[in-house]
Design a protein around this ligand. Structure first.
Ligand code: PEP
Ligand code: MG
Length: 602
């Protein structure tokens, strides 16, 4: 957790204090000045020009090219020399910003069609995109992503946005924005950002998950927050309760600083559990593993004492890569992870793109997955991989090659039928055959599992269990898909209930189906790191819980003061409940009785 920092808060603020409530997305309390982020939109006016205005418009466009070049050179000067990858990307953008493909073509369109520069640039970009799409070599085809990024920068300047980098901000700030993508969140790591607040989003959206992984406090889903405050206002962000205090009084700041100190002391106490065995009082072992999104988290995971990685969300590794088909780069990442955790397992999930995660430069045959009408039900996840077999095979080969460096577990996400699993397995066999032909070594016994997160997979779990080595239950999606509640939509966030009996029974059904076939069942949704739900999950018989690294000591402490027969009894009682409120009532009386230290003070 980040410490509370009081950035220049002096006396009573000019504006009235106000308290607003949102969704707790990532814990931690921070106090700071706000930066309201108004992302550039593509709503710049599109208009025709009178003939005498045409050359002015050409000049305006050329000035925006100068501006973009200036921004890039400035950005480059701020990067450390050892960031070779980032530097080479910026260098290529600096070269590209004056490329005739963008500049001459746009100027020509402005003059010929007598239209404004934004419109002309968009048209030029469309043509460039078509030409890139027609290129066979995937490496060259992917270079379109660079052209697009450069054009976006120029477009932003033309449409009058303020700079979109937070790096220029002197003080550490709290960002307030309409929405934040998981990729935006990943960028915050390297910026002077204490935390962020958005109008959109839900507690298990990928934005929230990344914020928790990186330890960046966040509150999501506060309606109209961007209109209620202004850049420079002071705010307290309390990610534990989902509360934010705008223009707080001096007393409020002090009170929050005290909460934060207490939380820090509690976290320090609990750190002791890192070194102890994850088992119940009567010796039942449960594997406690970590969910990660990037390899930068390796040290943190080790610090929190995980027994390996239960979920590596590999798609996050595609966001910053310009070359999404470079097998060697992916191999290096996987090799690093496997070596770092050997002999513990590393579960690498194949690309789970779509839904609320998009990688602009990924190839999709004639389709924009970010423009799908219902992305959560569309070409997401394993469906995308099966549609783009070359990219999928590349990832599978990279994983297999890395398998000799540790204990790899391959995980296919969002499997909804046996057919889909068989198709994925066939491609895995092809990847293996290719390596065999070339004499490249890999572990022939690598374990293959699937995520159970779609109701059809729960219903077919007994059949699916015959074909895999393990199950991993993804409750974030299981809740979304079983109760028809968008996990990222703040308007239905109050209905998104992990303790709904329908979810509990689905988990139980999956565990039983897996155990009947002798395979392990893990759970890697956010429930696995929530102290309220962990006793229930243990009572349902899960063999492994995989969670954000910082939750590991808390969960281990709970496990170590549990007794297996009591847990089973708890699981049975919960399975008899008829609605979420009943489950909660029951837990509210049961937990303080059995775990007085952990829940007594609630
Ligand atoms: C899940 O759905 O529970 C899960 C772990 O996967 P993700 O959150 O990445 O969709
Ligand atoms: Mg999922």
């Amino acid at each position: 957790m980040k410490p509370v920092r009081n950035n220049n808060i002096q006396g009573t603020p000019a504006e009235q204090p106000a308290t607003l409530y949102g969704i707790c997305a990532s814990p931690g309390i921070v106090v700071g000045k706000i930066l309201v982020l108004r992302r550039h939109t593509r709503k710049a006016g599109w208009y025709h020009l009178r003939p005498e205005k045409i050359e002015n418009e050409v000049n305006r466009f050329l000035q925006s090219i100068d501006g973009a070049e200036h921004e890039l050179v400035h950005l480059r000067s701020q990067l450390a020399e050892d960031l070779a990858d980032a530097l080479s990307i910026i260098d290529s953008h600096i070269l590209m910003v004056r490329d005739r493909m963008i500049v001459d073509r746009t100027v020509k369109i402005i003059r010929k069609r007598k239209i404004n520069a934004e419109w002309a640039l968009a048209k030029a970009l469309n043509r460039i995109k078509k030409r890139f799409n027609a290129i066979e070599d995937p490496y060259i085809r992917e270079r379109y992503a660079d052209v697009k990024q450069v054009a976006d920068r120029v477009f932003g300047i033309l449409s009058g946005r303020a700079g979109d980098s937070f790096a220029d901000v002197d003080n550490q700030i709290i960002i307030v924005a309409h929405d934040f993508s998981p990729e935006d969140t990943l960028r915050l790591r390297s910026e002077s950002v204490l935390g962020f607040i958005t109008e959109k989003g839900g507690a298990t959206s990928h934005t929230a998950i990344v914020a928790r992984s990186l330890g960046i406090p966040a509150v999501l889903g506060i309606e109209q927050i961007t209109r209620k405050c202004a850049t420079g206002d002071t705010i307290i962000l309390d990610g534990h309760s989902g509360r934010v205090c705008l223009n707080p009084t001096h007393d409020q700041v002090e009170q929050y600083q005290e909460y934060s100190r207490q939380y820090q002391a509690f976290s320090d106490d609990i750190a002791f559990f890192v070194h102890l065995m994850p088992e119940t009082i009567d010796g039942l072992r449960v594997k406690l593993t970590a969910n990660i999104e990037t390899i930068d988290e390796v040290n943190t995971v080790q610090k929190f004492g995980a027994e390996g990685i239960g979920l590596f969300r590999s798609e996050f590794d595609y966001f910053h890569r310009q070359k999404v088909s470079d097998e060697q780069l992916f191999f290096e990442t996987y090799k690093y992870l496997l070596s770092a955790f050997a002999p513990f397992p590393v579960t690498i999930r194949t690309l789970d793109i779509g839904g609320d995660k998009f990688v602009e430069h990924l190839p999709v045959s004639n389709l924009r997955i970010d423009l799908e009408r219902n992305p959560a039900l569309g070409l997401r996840s394993i469906r995308y991989s099966l549609r783009e077999p070359d990219l999928f095979l590349m990832q599978l080969r990279a994983m297999l090659r890395a398998s000799v460096y540790g204990k790899l577990r391959i995980l296919f996400p969002m499997i909804s039928s046996l057919d889909e699993l068989e198709s994925a397995n066939q491609l895995l066999d092809s990847a293996k055959n290719r390596l065999l032909e070339k004499g490249v070594p890999f572990d022939p016994d690598v374990e293959v599992g699937i995520m159970i997160e779609v109701p059809s997979a729960v219903m077919m779990a007994d059949s699916l269990a015959r074909k895999v080595d393990y199950f991993s239950i993804g409750t974030n999606d299981m809740i979304q898909y079983s109760m028809a509640i968008d996990r990222g939509n703040e308007h239905v966030a109050h209905m998104y209930d992990p303790l709904n009996p329908a979810v509990i029974r689905m988990i139980k059904r999956t565990v039983d189906a897996g155990h009947a076939r002798g395979i392990d069942v893990s759970l890697c949704g956010e429930m696995a790191g929530d102290v309220m739900t962990v006793p229930v999950l243990l009572g349902l018989g899960l063999d492994e819980l995989s969670m954000r690294p910082s939750a590991l000591p808390f969960v281990k402490r709970l496990l170590r003061c549990s007794c297996s027969s009591q847990l089973t009894e708890l699981g049975d009682k919960i399975l008899q409940c008829d609605d979420g409120a009943e489950v909660r009532d029951f837990l509210n009386s049961y937990l303080p009785e059995y775990y007085p230290e952990e829940f007594g003070g609630r």
